[in-house]
Design a protein around this ligand. Structure first.
Ligand SMILES: [Zn+2]
Length: 484
């Protein structure tokens, strides 16, 4: 951890308007306290601006240049959340959060190295460590990851309860993509990243490295639980494997079926695509400009959101979104479909056969992918046997059961197309994983002696009684800042 609370942290200050900051500009963290880079903003963000308003329970403090102060954390979070929501807003048709027009932001809910979105608020915490205190709500990376969960929940609410390891991992990936794209809305950060990477923004940089400070804090306790240089690094080389074939838990250097670990496959492909799209869009591919990078961030946002809206919620959801992105990209730049195809095919997120189909631009296949949003179609609730959890009645679970309009497949290690798992099998694997990790609040089943009890530290799901049937519901997306 680089920024103890006891003294003012050393900063590597880069600003776009250093002179005006001498007057009364607002100073905030640019991407994460762990990078030590501050930026001066000309005006105070308005958390209550619409669409996609926020509410902070605390009165807004007077800005402070002391980067260990509450005011500095407050304005860092407020600026990042306003910037992120403004970026996504045009792609949220309802103009509201899933829970309504205003999303509460709870900046310090007590001691924990964590953050989560629970359909009621964005929740952040602090962790006391020997050399200082880390606040998850101080990091633009982390607050925009959490906000990403809320954005995706607003446009695709069925994903919240879907019984699917891959869907849960995609939600985490969307949080990280939200952090990356929200960071890119700062001109100073765009310029710095272009300089640091020589115009290759898919390289390892503080854009790809998410939540450096919390990563360091967790690493101090659990050295292999996070990447060596941050919480999760989008500049990675993970390839897709059916999550049901992966271990339930693995060190950060390996892929596991755990949602945050598995999310890195899609985020990695996304960053690869972003870098290549920038070079394709730039007037001089060797010297892309900050304005061109801003434009490409809007392009990939629009491609991603169109694909998500059209993607059926099925067991191989990543292949569905990837295929939709290839199709959605052609209208923006003729080079984009091949770039996206390569990014997703190299990581086996889509098979060679699917990439051929996706780039053929066959009118029928494109029409099938874009005709109607699937977002309104509910998921089937299926009664799964639950005896293996010590529960002597069926458990109702929302399965990834949308009709498949287009055959999109991931690849197996031998590069042949992977048959997608059935909706019921995917849900069974997902629930097995939840119980094995101890992530289920047993509710009324708590008193039953037969029920399996494993010590998960935070429950992400609960058992509730709905219309007489025992039903599994998600409580929250836990952001996995501690060992699972
Ligand atoms: Zn998350």
């Amino acid at each position: 951890m680089r920024k103890p609370s006891g003294k003012k942290a050393k900063t590597n200050t880069k600003t776009t308007n250093t002179k005006t900051s001498m007057a009364r500009a607002l100073r905030v963290w640019e991407d994460d306290p762990g990078t030590g880079v501050e930026v001066s903003l000309d005006s105070r963000p308005d958390p209550s601006a619409t669409p996609l308003a926020y509410r902070f329970p605390e009165p807004a403090p007077e800005p402070s240049d002391d980067n260990t102060s509450f005011a500095f954390r407050y304005w860092s979070a407020a600026a990042a959340l306003r910037r992120g929501a403004d970026f996504w807003a045009s792609r949220v048709p309802s103009g509201e959060w899933e829970l309504g027009p205003v999303l509460p932001v709870l900046l310090d809910q007590g001691e924990d190295l964590n953050a989560f979105y629970d359909r009621q608020a964005l929740n952040f915490f602090h962790g006391s460590l020997p050399d200082g205190v880390v606040f998850s709500g101080a990091s633009p990376d982390i607050v925009c990851h959490e906000m990403g969960h809320a954005i995706l929940d607003s446009v695709k609410p069925q994903l919240f309860d879907a019984g699917s390891q891959e869907v849960a991992a995609f939600h985490e990936s969307f949080g990280d993509m939200s952090a990356i794209l929200s960071d890119l809305q700062l001109p100073s950060l765009r310029a710095a990243i272009l300089q640091d990477t020589g115009g290759h923004v898919s390289r390892n940089s503080r854009l790809s490295r998410l939540a450096e400070q919390l990563g360091a804090a967790i690493r101090a306790q659990a050295p292999d639980a996070v990447d060596p240089d941050c919480l999760r690094n989008a500049a990675n080389s993970f390839s897709y494997a059916d999550p049901s074939t992966l271990p339930s838990v693995a060190p950060a250097s390996q892929l596991s079926s755990e949602a945050h670990s598995f999310s890195r496959v899609f985020t990695g492909a996304f960053l690869d695509a972003l870098g290549a799209m920038l070079r394709a869009h730039a007037a001089d591919p060797a010297r892309p400009t900050a304005d061109e990078l801003a434009k490409v961030s809007f392009h990939i946002r629009d491609i991603l959101m169109e694909a998500i809206a059209n993607a059926p919620v099925v067991s191989n959801f990543m292949a569905q979104v990837a295929t939709g992105m290839v199709a959605a990209s052609a209208s923006l730049n003729a080079a984009y479909p091949d770039i996206l195809k390569e990014a997703f095919t190299r990581r086996a997120i889509i098979s060679l056969q699917t990439s051929v189909m996706a780039t053929s631009r066959h009118p029928a296949s494109v029409a099938a992918m874009t005709e109607t949003s699937t977002s309104a179609i509910p998921l089937d609730q299926v009664a799964l046997p639950a005896a293996q959890y010590g529960i002597n009645e069926p458990l109702m679970v929302a399965t990834p059961s949308h009709p498949r309009r287009v055959l999109a497949t991931a690849a197996q290690p031998d590069l042949t197309p992977a048959d997608p798992m059935s909706a019921v099998s995917a849900a069974t694997q997902f629930v097995d994983d939840l119980f094995a990790r101890g992530r289920v609040d047993l509710g009324e089943m708590e008193t039953r002696k037969s029920v399996i009890r494993l010590g998960g530290r935070l429950k992400t799901h609960k058992l509730v009684r709905e219309k007489g049937a025992l039903t599994l519901r998600r409580i929250l997306f836990d952001c996995g800042l501690c060992r699972q």
